[in-house]
Design a protein around this ligand. Structure first.
Ligand SMILES: Cc1ncc(COP(=O)(O)O)c(C=O)c1O
Length: 374
């Protein structure tokens, strides 16, 4: 495996619910969840059953073939977000690539694409053009399509008649866990409406119930024309979705494509995940558990904490010290979390996490801060 990821120093051998086990038999509370993709926890019985049933049928059939599984998934999704077209792919960055191509082809002649400072939208060339972090961009700057990155408060004023698309995360994840202020979300929506720019909401990390509603956009005043989902959609099986209002039109013939996009295996699990959101009331639980967790975090008396931010089960704590040593110490004490930038510890708990898990994560975090937060 490439060295780009570094190593967390453990090998994961088992997992159930909000817990994983390593090859040495140690258990960890998993608030990392494969960068948030294991949104339903590990080995969720309903997702396992859907996967096992789907494994008996053709796994991949080609996107042009009709599929009962795809129809059932689309009907369920349609009940939540009506009158949308969908492009199926296999990851977050692909969902963003599709949104970028679609938006710019639906607004020919308009030259501006806007995104936010601190934005993270992926690392393939189109998505990377929308991602802000100069460290991620610098080697490929000469290849990137032009995108203007503006401060959140300056975004509404930057949208004009020459703007094709505006990309926003309802809660910036990788950029440090920054929820968008609803008044700003409303102003961005209004600016797009009046100029005809297409508003793209990247819910790859914040959506699918994680932040307390199926669509995180609805919590921050965004009314997107195009929506991108990935990560937890099929509980961690690779999938990405780009959804847009049908009335906007479509890709041109052969304007885009994906070999695996919409394969029955991932869509069978995605369909089961949608059903779980309803049956288990996971978005509502995410909202209340998130509030509970942030209250616990606020109760930690540490000079190393400068701010606690988050929504539902996407939370970050800004530190006055570096995040990585704290994350490492927490891992040694049996809790997995992850950094979001140099000084933010990010927590991405799965839906099945319970009160006791949040209490453990908060107390281990407090202990790690005592030891590492100097
Ligand atoms: C908001 C957001 N957009 C896009 C991506 C890229 O997704 P992927 O890693 O599946 O390509 C991520 C991944 O962390 C993300 O958080």
């Amino acid at each position: 495996m490439s060295g780009i990821y570094g190593s967390r120093g453990i090998s994961i051998a088992s997992g159930k619910g909000a817990t994983v086990g390593d090859s040495e038999g140690r258990e960890y509370l998993d608030f990392y969840c494969g960068s948030g993709a294991a949104l339903f926890g590990h080995a969720h019985p309903a997702l396992k059953q859907a996967l096992v049933e789907a494994a008996e049928l053709p796994w991949t059939i080609g996107p042009g073939m009709g599929s009962d599984v795809r129809d059932r998934f689309k009907a369920r999704l349609n009940a939540i977000l009506p009158d949308r077209s969908v492009f199926y792919c296999n990851s977050g960055t692909e969902a963003i690539e599709a949104a970028l191509k679609l938006a710019t082809s639906l607004r020919p002649g308009k030259k501006k694409v806007l995104a936010l400072r601190r934005a993270f939208h992926g690392r393939t060339i189109g998505s990377l053009s929308l991602t802000f972090n100069p460290q991620y961009r610098k080697e490929w700057a000469h290849l990137l399509p032009p995108v203007q990155h503006v401060k959140p408060e300056e975004l509404p004023g930057a949208v004009d008649g020459d703007t094709a698309a505006v990309f926003v995360e309802p809660v910036q994840g990788e950029g440090g866990v920054h929820p968008l202020a609803p008044s700003l979300g409303e102003a961005i929506t209004e600016a797009c409406r009046t100029t005809g720019a297409l508003l793209v909401s990247d819910e790859i990390q914040s959506g699918w119930g994680r932040c307390g509603a199926f669509s995180a956009s609805s919590l921050v005043g965004l009314e997107p024309d195009i929506l991108c989902f990935a990560k937890g959609v099929a509980g961690g099986i690779p999938i990405g979705l780009t959804l847009w209002k049908k009335e906007l039109g479509d890709f041109s013939a052969s304007g885009h494509g994906s070999t695996y996009g919409g394969n029955p295996l991932s869509l069978a699990v995605a369909n089961a995940s949608l059903k779980l959101l309803e049956d288990e009331g996971y978005p509502e639980k995410a909202k209340s558990n998130g509030e509970f967790f942030r209250k616990l975090l606020s109760g930690i008396d540490s000079p190393s904490i400068s701010e606690i931010r988050g929504m539902g089960l996407l939370n970050g704590v800004e530190l006055t010290v570096k995040a990585v040593p704290v994350v490492k110490r927490m891992q040694e004490m049996g809790v997995l979390a992850l950094p979001a930038g140099p000084s933010v510890v990010r927590f991405l708990p799965p839906f099945p996490a319970v009160e006791e898990d949040f209490r453990k994560a908060a107390s281990v975090f407090a202990e790690a801060l005592k030891e590492e937060g100097r």
